[in-house]
Unconditional design. Sequence first.
Length: 177
Amino acid sequence: MRKLKLSELNRIGVDEFKHSPKTPIVIVLDNVRSLHNIGSVFRTADAFRLELVCLCGITGTPPNKEIHKTALGATESVNWKYFDKTKDAVSFLKENNYLVFAVEQAEGSVSLNKFVIPSGGKIALVFGNEVNGVEEEVMNQIDGCIEIPQFGTKHSLNIAVSVGIVVWELFKRWRER
């Protein structure tokens, strides 16, 4: 087995990325503190050609040296928008025909493995603060809640890991359609 050279990866450029079809998923970061997590989310959004990343509240925004460390240029390819309040991002997305789902442990949440992607719909996924999760005010606005099944002693995952798990699972299902 031989590792592929960078020239063999058939990567597209930023301009081609900007004009290519996108996976109809938006990531909403609700007061995420870690700039490294934010950068990782941008890398995931780039990898799966997501439509948009919404950065809300205290969530850091590009350009930022610490975000760039993990984003590795993905802040240039991925569209992003800042909102002072997460509830305003949710309202904006709903006005633009997105169904909004929090990724959170909550009453009535649906396990990721049982979540059914709405047919033809665009979805937004809200990921909350590393300590407090998704704001209660935002939970009152969402269309549903997705929970990542966990079986260990800890019942939380790093936000960048959570984004990767959920986006990969939904991306696979969209491709299978």
